[in-house]
Design a protein around this ligand. Sequence first.
Ligand code: BES
Ligand code: MN
Ligand code: ZN
Length: 494
Amino acid sequence: MRFYAVSGSAARQRTECAIVGLYESGTLSTAAAQLDAVLGGRIARLVKRHDARGKLGECSLLDVDHAPCERVLLVGLGKKESFGRKQYKKAMLAAAAAVAKTGARDAVSFLSVEPIAATDAYYRGRLAAESVGHALYRVPAIRSTRQPPVPALKNFGVALAGKDQVKEAGRGLEHGRGIAAGAALTRDLANLPANVCTPTYLAKQARELAKQYRSVRAEILDEPELKRLKMGSFLSVTAGTDEPAKLILLRHDGGEKGEAPVVLVGKGVTFDTGGISLKQPPGMDEMKFDMTGAASVFGALKAAAEIGLKRNLIGVVPACENMPSGRATKPGDVVRSMSGQTIEVINTDAEGRLILCDALTYSRRFKPAVVVDIATLTGACVIALGAHTSAVMSNDDDLAAEIEEAGRRAEDRAWHMPMAEEYHDQLKSNFADFANACGRDGGAITAACFLAKFTDGLRWAHIDIAGTAYVTGAHKGSTGRPVPLLVDFLLHLP
Ligand code: BES
Ligand code: MN
Ligand code: ZN
C-alpha cells in the first residue's frame, strides 16, 4: 500500500473513492458537505430518508460516477461531541474494510479533516495507516479452494485540514505503515497452526527478518547451549515434547554503538497443552496463540526496522512446546533456574513464567536500559481486564506509566496493576526457593511477582496480553496487539 497526505477541499480531490463522514445527528462532515454541493444534494437526501444514520462505523457506498470521484463512502462517526481517537480509529477500520470490498484502487479519507479530540496530524496519519493495514490483513489461510479475493486498493490518501499539517501526517503515515507491517507479521505467526509454527519455524522466521533488513541480526541458541547456560527452568517446560526448543535472539541496531539496548522478551510457547496439568479440551486450539508475546517481539522489531528506529533493540524469545509425555515435568518436580534460584513446579500449566524467568536472566548480559516482557501469561488477566486492555506490572511505577501512556496514544490500551510484597507470600514453597503457581486469587499479579524474582536491579515491566492477543468466536484470530503500544513506547523513549 502506498500512503499519501493531501490537503484541500473534497470537491477538488480526484479519487476512485472519497471517504467522508456523517454524524449521528444527521450533520454532514466538512468533506461530505463539500461533495454534497457538487453532487446536487445527493448525500443530504440519503440522510433525510434515513438511509444513512451516522452510527459509528456504519458505511454506505454511493456510486456517483461524477467528478471528482467515482464513489463516495459515507461513514458513520457517531456523536459529534464524543468523536475522539478511539472513534476515529473505529471509523477508519470500518471504512478501510468497506473500501477493500470495492474495486477501487485508490481512496482518499477525509475523516482526518474533522475535529478529533487531542489528536494531532501525526496521529491522524498514523492511526489511519495502521487501520488500513489492519483491515486489509488476510489470515494466511491453508485452504485448497475458495481463496478470498485480494483487495484492489493500492493507494490510500489521508486529507488534512491545512497544508501545514501534511508533512507531520506524512511522517505518521510512514510510521503507521511500519507498525501495520509489524503487526501483520505478528498476526501471521500467531494465526499459523502449531504444527506449522514450531520453535524451529520461529527461528527460521528470525533468520528471514535478518535477511530482509540491514539493521537486523539473528542468533539461535539450541538445547545443548541452553543446557550449558543452565536454563533448567526453561528446559523443564520443553522436557515433554519432541520438538526442539530454541532461544531466539534478534537485534535491531538503530542507535549509537554502545548505547544501552531496550530488551523485549516474548513468551514463545508454540502450543500449551498445560503439560501433565493438562488443560480441558474446550478452546484448547486457542493455545496455538500462546506464542503471541514472541510474535509481538518479532513484529516490533520488524516495525523498528521499517521505520528506521534510532534505538538499539534486542529481542529475546524462548520458544518451546508444553506437552505431556513420559519425559514431561511433573507437578512437585523441583527445577533450578539459570539464576540459581530453585522452583517447585506446582502446576505444569504455569509454564510461561518458567521459560520467561530464564530469558529474563539471560537478558542481563546486555546491560539493558529497559526490559519489557510480553506474554499471554494468565487466564486471570482475562478475568480481571477482559479482552480490551492488557495488564502492565513493573518494578518501576514511572515505567508502567510510560507504557500506559504509549497504550493510550497508540489506542492499544494497557492498565497498571499492583505488585506489592503481600502477593509474593502466595508463592512460598516447602521444597524450593518458591513455587511456580498458587491459588487463583490475583493470578495475573502473582505471575508477575514470580517474574520479579528474576529482575532485581533491572528496569523491568511485564505486559500480560492473554486477553488482548487474539479474539475468539466467529472472527477468531490474532489482533497484532501489543505491537502498536510497543512501537509507540519505543518511539517516545527519552
Ligand atoms: N497460556 C496460559 C494463559 C492463558 C489462558 C492465555 C487463557 C490465554 C488465555 C498459561 O500458560 C496458563 O495456563 N496459565 C495458568 C496459570 C495457573 C496454572 C497458575 C492459568 O492462567 O490458568
Ligand atoms: Mn499454561
Ligand atoms: Zn501458556
